[in-house]
Design a protein around this ligand. Sequence first.
Ligand code: NAD
Length: 253
Amino acid sequence: MGILEGKKLLITGVLMDSSIAFHVAKIAQQEGATVVLTSFGRTMKITQTIAKRLPETPAVIELDVANQEHLDTLAERLREHVDGLDGVLHSIGFAPQGAFNFMEGTWEDVSTALQISAYSLKSLTAATLPLMPEGGSVVGLTFDAKFAWPVYDWMGVAKAAFESTNRYLARDLGSKDVRCNLVAAGPIRTTAAKSIPGFEQFEKIWDERAPLGWDVNDPVPAAKACAALLSDWFPATTGEIVHVDGGVHAMGQ
Ligand code: NAD
């Protein structure tokens, strides 16, 4: 029996088959879950095409996390496909190019990064909570926000807010027996990563520092950790950040 047998999961963030979320969806289906995907705007068609590469083609519903109407109607639209949710994957990140220059980034750039990449963890969780019974699991993806990295700049600040949001959600949802955890992944060559100017600097850091080694073309280790956190195998873990980074976070240099 798979670790996600019978689970119903909402998985955001499938854009291409390089997306971390694509691999979470694939593993989830292989482990017995029913999956519903979200996408939005012009990327809906791309997601629908990529979804056909999964073991079973899932439904794709529209969700732009900056669109309050999409959020307000999400539970109702999800009910057309599933009668409840056991887990939600937040795999969403966006910052305007200006946010990748710390001293020059405007509030407009920064506020967009914060809304889409941090606040959305709360919005998405609140929108799906009516469908989540006790034992539900919310999982998101971060890039370790303890440090000031090269080039990450206001996206790094947004990830720090995202990590804090995870802890506050854990505080407020614990009494409903809903867990909220993050996976801190090392650098992976996805569409979002390619939009970061100078992303190759991370690849160099991971080449030099990962005791286990690190493959920037392999989203599977991060995806497996997400699947594990969505399962019943972490029943007493919430507000946590699990590092899937080849060990870089633990090294002094
Ligand atoms: P990706 O480009 O494949 O996925 C990003 C997703 O965010 C896309 O599906 C995009 O449609 C979605 N998105 C953007 N704006 C949105 C909005 N307004 N509403 C709804 N969805 C929106 O890239 P990825 O690397 O798989 O990113 C997934 C998550 O993993 C992000 O949170 C990212 O920060 C995180 N992460 C990535 C890396 C990496 O190196 N790739 C490392 C650590 C963490």
